[in-house]
Structure formats: structure tokens, C-alpha cells
Design a protein around this ligand. Structure first.
Ligand SMILES: C[S@@+](CC[C@H](N)C(=O)[O-])C[C@H]1O[C@@H](n2cnc3c(N)ncnc32)[C@H](O)[C@@H]1O
Length: 253
């Protein structure tokens, strides 16, 4: 494992104890249906209808997995390099008798068979931890069976620029859309190195991996609002998330 990725893993192991400390609350949220946004459910309706086998890359607390099962998925394999996060998610899945299995592994380089997934799901703070976006896209494509889908609902690549000032949106003087990386200075991954990929680089990586773009949209709502913060950058004028759906062509297509 790359040295910086190893350091990030240490930060994430520490941060993931939150899932253990807040186990009862996450269990309650899972019982209530998990965490899939309405926008995600709407976009995934047709993909989830046939009951796909899902691989969730960087599954974290794993609450999306409950949402995916409730919306039609047959099974979910969550992959995350945090033993703490996968352990807490597996305990909850077992307690609720959910068809979820969690695997401790680095992304990319997931130790699952080629073509094992009908849907690869990821996002909500995932791509910024990828050191090599092309390798990530190739691995996601490799996991898909022909005709399978990749779905990403993610923080917009412009978000590192936004200041959290409450009165007016401002661009941080220490950030650039075209920078390659920066050190995270907010909870939960304080101290970890985030890599930056422009929207063009992300889409190009997906298409270069052999996938066909089905949908790409940008949205003003952030996927996460840290408690107590109310930034003007989240009030509708700036992009804070994007959603991407891509499909691996079927046999002979
Ligand atoms: C912000 S969380 C997003 C996941 C989930 N949606 C959530 O909200 O918990 C990021 C997750 O990525 C994992 N992660 C970061 N870099 C990784 C890597 N290279 N390989 C596997 N997992 C990684 C972290 O352990 C963490 O659980």
C-alpha cells in the first residue's frame, strides 16, 4: 500500500470508531430504512428493479446498504479498508439479518471476482481518497458484469474551494480547483490527504474504463452538513454534489 494511503487508513481507523460509539443510533437509522437520498433512489429505480447484486466501494458506516436493500437490491458487499468500519457494519447487518457482507480491502485492487456485480455503488466522500482515479475506474468496471451499472453520488470537485462563511459564499485563498491534493482540516478525516480530481478527469476515467455515460448532473445540496455549520455556499448558488450513472456495454453491444 502506498505510504500516504497507509497514513490515511490510520486516520480513518481512528475516525471510524464513531460508528462503534454511535452504534445504537446507526442501528436505529438502519431499522428506519438506511440512508439513500430520494434523488439516488429515483435515479436507481430501473437499475434496482431486477434485484441486483451490489458492490459498495468505500462503504463506511454502511447505512446506504440498508437503503439499497430496501429499494430492491438482492445483496450488498461493502468494501472498505477500515476494519473498525466494516466490523461495526457487519455486526449491525447480522443483528438485522440483512444480506450484507463486509470486506476489509483497499480500493482500487478489490479482491472480488471480475463481473461479480450488477451495480457498483459509491460516493459521499469516497473519490477524494483515491490516489489514482483511472485505476479506481478500471477496478469498478472490472467488477461489473456486462450490462451492469456504476453509480456515484459524490461531493462536487469544486467543494474544497468553498469557505464555510455563513453570510456569503467565498472561495478559500489556499485552494485551487486544479490543485492535486490538500490536507483535510475538518472532521472526520482531519489530517488525511485528500486527492483532487476535476469533474472532467472523473468522467474521462469512467469512459476510458469502457463504461458509457448514462447520466451526469450537478446539484446545489451538499450530501452532508456538519452539525452547527450553516455555510452560505450551501444555499443554492454553488455546486455541492454530482450524480453519475454509467453502464458497461452488454455482450455484443
Ligand atoms: C466519508 S466515508 C464514505 C463512505 C460512506 N458513504 C459513509 O458515509 O460512511 C469514506 C470511507 O472511505 C474509506 N476509504 C478511504 N480510502 C480508502 C481506500 N483507499 N480503500 C478503501 N477504503 C477507503 C474510509 O475508511 C471511509 O470509511
Amino acid at each position: 500500500m502506498d505510504l500516504q494511503v497507509q497514513r490515511n487508513r490510520t486516520v480513518w481507523e481512528r475516525a471510524s470508531y464513531k460508528h462503534v460509539r454511535e452504534y445504537d443510533d446507526l442501528l436505529r437509522q438502519a431499522r428506519e430504512g438506511g440512508s439513500l437520498f430520494g434523488r439516488e433512489r429515483d435515479r436507481l429505480t430501473d437499475v434496482l428493479r431486477p434485484g441486483p447484486a451490489v458492490v459498495h466501494l468505500q462503504s463506511g458506516h454502511g447505512l446506504e446498504d440498508v437503503g439499497l436493500l430496501r429499494a430492491g437490491a438482492r445483496s450488498v458487499v461493502g468494501v472498505d479498508f477500515s476494519r473498525v468500519a466494516t466490523g461495526a457494519a457487519q455486526r449491525r447487518a447480522d443483528e438485522l439479518d440483512l444480506a450484507c457482507r463486509y470486506l476489509v480491502a483497499e480500493v482500487p485492487g478489490v479482491p472480488l471476482a471480475d463481473g461479480c456485480a450488477d451495480l457498483v455503488y459509491t460516493g459521499k466522500g469516497a473519490l477524494i481518497w483515491m490516489r489514482d482515479i483511472q485505476a479506481w475506474a478500471r477496478d469498478a468496471a472490472r467488477l461489473l458484469r456486462p450490462g451492469g451499472h456504476l453509480f456515484v453520488y459524490e461531493s462536487h470537485p469544486a467543494v474544497p474551494l468553498w469557505n464555510w462563511d455563513p453570510d456569503e459564499p467565498r472561495v478559500r485563498a489556499d485552494r485551487s480547483y486544479f490543485a492535486r491534493s490538500f490536507v483535510n482540516d475538518s472532521f472526520p478525516a482531519d489530517g488525511a490527504v485528500e486527492w483532487q480530481w476535476t469533474l472532467g478527469e472523473i468522467v474521462t476515467a469512467v469512459v476510458s474504463a469502457g463504461l458509457r455515460l448514462v447520466h451526469l448532473s450537478e446539484h446545489a445540496e451538499p450530501f452532508w452538513r456538519p452539525e452547527g455549520a450553516e455555510a452560505a455556499a450551501w444555499q443554492g448558488r454553488l455546486p455541492n454534489t454530482f450524480m453519475l450513472l454509467a453502464r458497461l456495454p452488454g455482450e455484443g453491444e
